[in-house]
Ligand binder design. Structure first.
Ligand SMILES: Cc1cc2nc3c(=O)[nH]c(=O)nc-3n(C[C@H](O)[C@H](O)[C@H](O)COP(=O)(O)O)c2cc1C
Length: 372
C-alpha cells in the first residue's frame, strides 16, 4: 500500500495496533492541547518564496557536531518500542543507519543497550533518564562499553505525565490485563501474532534476576527515578561523562544558556511531544530565542510530521530536528520498511520544499524564507 505522507502511516498504525498501544504512542497529557499546540506552532509559521533562484541542485545535508548529517533529522528516543513491534528498537536503529542518521535508544527501550549495539551498525546515542546516581553511572558505563558516544539526558520527566488515554485504557505501571484489552488484541491478529512470537515486550535495560518481566522492570525504573536531580547533578554528570552530552526537554532559553555554560554540547528544545504537561510552550516557538554559542548545537522536537516542518525549524536556527511519533507510526504500519518510508517521504518533502522556497541548501536556511 502506498503512503503519501506520515499521516497516512498514522492512520494505518491506528488500524494495526490495539487501541491501548496506539493511544500510548499517539496520546499526550491531559486534554492533549500540548500535542495540538506543537502542530499549530509549526503550521502557523508561514514560508516566503524566494523565486528566481537556481535550485537545480539541492542539498539536504547539515553540519552536526563534527559530521555532516545526510538529512537534517534524527530518530529520537522512545520507550517501549517493543509494544509496537518486537525488535522495534533494532528496526528503528537499522532504518536510521540506512540513511546515515543517528538513532537515540531510550533508557526504557525494549531491547537492551548491548542487543541494539550488536544488531545495528549506525550511529547510536543513548538517552538517560534522571535516575539515582548509581543507576545513572551504571547505564552510562554500559552505553560507553557498547559503543554509544553521545548521551542524551532527558530532564523533563522528574515524574511521569498524566496521560488520560493511558489511564482510561489501563495502560500504565503496573499493567493490568483488562477484558477490553484482551478483546482489542484479538481484533488485531497481525500485531497479536507478532507479539506472541516475539514474547511480551520488556524494559530490557532493567532486566535482572529480580526483574524478569516488563512490570517489575518498569517498577524498578520508577524506583530509580530521581526527582531531586538538579543543576548540581547535571554539573557532576558533565564532569563524569567524557564524551558528548545533550540535554533534552528544555523550553526556556535561559536554561539553554545555563546548560551551554556548564559545558553541555547540545540541547533539545522539547515538551516531550506534549506528553508531560499540556500547557507548555512548544519547542518550535523557542528556537529563535536561543543563543547558540559557537561549536554548540540546538535540536528541537515536537510535532514534526512534514519535510516543510523541518525546513521551518532549520530556518529559525535549529541545527536539526528529532523525530518522535513520526517514525513510530512507520514502525507500527510496516516495521523497518515503514520507518524507512517515513524517512524517505520526509526527505522528498524536504527536497521539494528547498526547491520551492528557493533555498537549495538546507545548511543555508535562515529567516529570510519565513514571514516575520
Ligand atoms: C511512545 C513515546 C515514547 C517516548 N519515550 C521517551 C523516552 O523513553 N525518553 C525520552 O526522552 N523521550 C521519550 N518520548 C518523547 C520523544 O523523545 C519526543 O520528545 C517526542 O515524541 C517528540 O514529539 P513528536 O512525537 O510529536 O515528534 C517518547 C515519545 C513517545 C511518542
Amino acid at each position: 500500500m502506498g503512503y503519501a505522507n506520515v499521516e497516512d502511516m498514522r492512520q494505518h498504525a491506528r488500524r494495526r495496533l490495539p487501541r491501548a498501544v496506539f493511544d500510548y504512542v499517539d496520546g499526550g497529557a491531559g486534554d492533549e492541547r500540548g500535542v495540538q499546540r506543537n502542530r499549530d506552532a509549526i503550521e502557523q509559521r508561514l514560508l516566503k518564496l524566494k523565486p528566481l533562484t537556481d535550485v537545480s541542485r539541492r542539498d539536504p545535508t547539515v553540519p552536526l557536531f563534527d559530521k555532516r548529517l545526510p538529512l537534517p533529522f534524527i530518530i529520537g528516543p522512545t520507550g517501549l518500542n517493543g509494544a509496537i513491534m518486537p525488535g522495534g528498537d533494532v528496526a528503528l536503529a537499522r532504518a536510521a543507519a540506512r540513511f546515515g542518521i543517528p538513532f537515540v535508544l531510550s533508557t526504557a527501550s525494549s531491547m537492551s543497550i548491548e542487543e541494539v549495539a550488536d544488531a545495528a551498525d549506525g550511529e547510536l546515542w543513548f538517552q538517560l533518564y534522571v535516575l539515582n546516581r548509581d543507576a545513572a553511572r551504571q547505564f552510562a558505563a554500559r552505553a560507553l562499553a557498547a559503543g554509544y558516544r553521545t548521551l542524551v539526558l532527558t530532564v523533563d520527566v522528574p515524574v511521569g505525565g498524566r496521560r488520560d488515554r493511558d489511564y482510561r485504557n489501563g495502560f500504565g505501571v503496573p499493567f493490568h490485563m483488562t477484558v477490553r484489552f484482551a478483546l482489542d488484541c484479538a481484533r488485531r491478529p497481525a500485531w497479536a501474532l507478532q507479539q506472541l512470537r516475539g514474547g511480551a515486550p520488556q524494559m530490557a535495560n532493567l532486566r535482572s534476576s529480580a526483574a524478569q518481566d516488563a512490570n517489575s522492570q518498569a517498577m524498578l525504573m520508577l524506583r530509580q527515578m530521581d526527582a531531586s536531580f538538579d543543576w548540581d547533578d547535571l554539573k557532576a554528570l558533565r564532569n563524569e561523562w567524557p564524551h558528548r552530552l545533550i540535554v533534552k526537554g528544555l523550553t526556556d532559553p535561559a536554561d539553554c544558556a545555563r546548560c551551554y555554560s556548564l559545558g553541555v554540547d547540545g540541547v533539545v528544545l522539547s515538551n516531550h511531544g506534549g506528553r508531560q504537561l499540556e500547557d507548555v510552550v512548544s519547542g518550535f516557538d523557542v528556537i529563535e530565542h536561543v543563543d547558540v554559542p559557537d561549536g554548540r548545537t540546538l535540536l528541537v522536537d515536537g510535532g514534526f510530521r512534514r519535510g516543510a516542518d523541518i525546513v521551518k525549524a532549520l530556518a529559525l536556527g535549529a541545527d536539526a530536528v528529532m523525530l518522535g511519533r513520526a517514525t513510530l507510526y512507520g514502525l507500527a504500519a510496516a516495521g523497518q520498511a515503514g520507518v524507512e518510508q517515513v524517512i524517505e517521504t520526509l526527505s522528498l518533502e524536504i527536497d521539494n520544499t528547498l526547491a520551492l522556497v528557493g533555498c537549495p541548501n538546507a545548511a543555508d536556511l535562515d529567516r529570510t524564507i519565513l514571514q516575520v
